[in-house]
Design a protein around this ligand. Structure first.
Ligand code: LLP
Length: 396
């Protein structure tokens, strides 16, 4: 397919010209080869480890994406009944599904029990009791892990920090032992292990080293009480390079997995669960949008595009940086400084402030890069806008 690709200096997103020019914008463009390479890398770096990597569907639940991921034998990390349904339809095996979330409702718990999912990641005593009760009514035993809040600051954006004491997630270490004992006593609960997740877009390995140390100390302590776990879920959260996606198209899985190999004291026959979302799908997706107008206000130049915060909310919600490329500007155009904004009636509907881009004009096509994770899955119809479309690089 290479000769069909646009002949421009960048290698990604490699969007065929006919797709680019004929498709209705805005749309997500997914480079399936990048997705496959990413999954291959995960396979390579986990070879020989007694582990299951669960894909966190919340990052991107597009059917074509999740069914490709399922083919690689990954498990699924789910946070709603509808995600359970989608994962089953995509081909993930039920026994490799983990169901997280602080507010699981009865129908969602029942669905998980009925489908025979591999693990409920339980976040509170009331939830534990309800799962036990519903499992008893259905004549089943629920496999669970208890989500621990390890009080580790992953030094990431405060909206995506999950493992500190002030977050709603999990049970604090000091309060944990009675919950573990309670779980062990409940007749319709099978306690498999402990679950941790310290945050998202984590680019340093130090917080993971601290997580391993915390888990090691906890396991030592619990073993003295005669409690052993068959499984430990270390969560996800590894970050991607938003600034320079082409240099780091495949995330640094080597450092990530070797951190756990080196620092986590895995017990004999103990299974490790990982739950990765962003690193699996982040770099394969770009949001493609068309320039509607270029306007100037008090010495500021605005590029107004047809995509908005309804299509990709990360810049508006977290002030997140995404690289933006003009796919149709000529190579020789001079550079200008712009704010790139959407059409939605909100002042935060801004993709970039003071961004250098080649001279841009009405009709140009821009790619907002690294948008495969938490892009399409967080889209909304605010202002009664259409949801963005999706186009894939290879025939599916
Ligand atoms: N496991 C649990 C329990 C989680 O809460 C999450 C993400 C993951 C795994 C996957 O984390 P990942 O590997 O994708 O970092 N919308 C935000 C990110 C929210 C993350 C929520 N939890 C963003 O756009 O940055």
């Amino acid at each position: 397919m290479d000769e069909k690709l646009m002949d421009n200096s960048m290698n990604h997103p490699r969007i065929p010209m006919d797709i680019l020019l004929q498709s209705r914008t805005p749309f997500y463009y997914y480079d399936m080869e990048v997705l496959h390479q990413t999954l291959e890398e995960i396979k390579r770096h986990t070879a020989g480890m007694n582990c299951v990597v669960h894909y966190a569907l919340k990052a991107n639940g597009n059917f074509n994406i999740i069914s490709e991921i399922a083919k690689y034998g990954l498990g699924a990390d789910l946070v709603s009944g509808n995600e359970i349904k989608a994962a089953i339809e995509a081909g993930f095996p039920a026994h490799e599904m983990a169901f997280s979330g602080v507010g699981k409702t009865d129908w969602e718990i029942k669905l998980g029990l009925e489908k025979g999912i591999g693990c409920f990641n339980v976040e509170s005593i009331p939830e534990l009791d309800i799962i036990n009760q519903l499992a008893s009514e259905m004549g089943k035993t629920a496999p669970i892990a208890i989500r621990v809040n390890p009080d580790i600051d992953a030094h990431t954006h405060k909206y995506i920090t999950t493992g500190t004491a002030e977050n709603k997630f999990g049970i604090g270490i000091k309060a944990l032992l009675p919950v573990v004992r309670h779980a062990l006593e409940l007749p319709h609960i099978h306690l498999r292990g402990l679950h941790f997740h310290i945050g998202s877009q984590i680019t340093q390995m130090q917080p993971y080293v601290m997580l391993c140390q915390t888990i090691n100390a906890l396991q030592d302590h619990y073993e003295q009480q005669g409690i052993r776990f068959e499984m430990i879920n270390v969560g996800g959260g590894l970050g991607i390079d938003y600034n320079d996606p082409d240099t780091h198209l495949i995330p640094d899985f080597k450092s990530y997995f070797s951190t756990f190999k080196q620092h986590l004291n895995v017990r004999p026959n103990q299974l490790i669960h990982f739950e990765l979302g962003r690193t699996i799908v982040g770099q394969c997706g770009s949001l493609i949008t068309r320039v509607v107008f270029v306007k100037e206000n008090r010495n500021k130049k605005f590029i107004i595009v047809d995509a908005g915060m309804t299509d990709l909310i990360r810049p508006a919600l977290y002030g997140a940086y995404h690289k933006i490329e003009n796919l149709t500007a000529g190579q020789a155009e001079p550079m200008e400084v712009y704010d790139v904004v959407g059409p939605v009636c909100e002042s935060t509907d801004v993709f970039a402030h003071d961004r250098e881009l080649p001279l841009t004009k009405r009709g140009d096509l821009l790619a907002v890069r690294s948008a495969g994770a938490y892009g399409e899955s967080m889209a909304s119809t605010y202002n009664m806008r259409d949801l963005p479309g999706s186009i894939f690089s290879s025939p599916l």
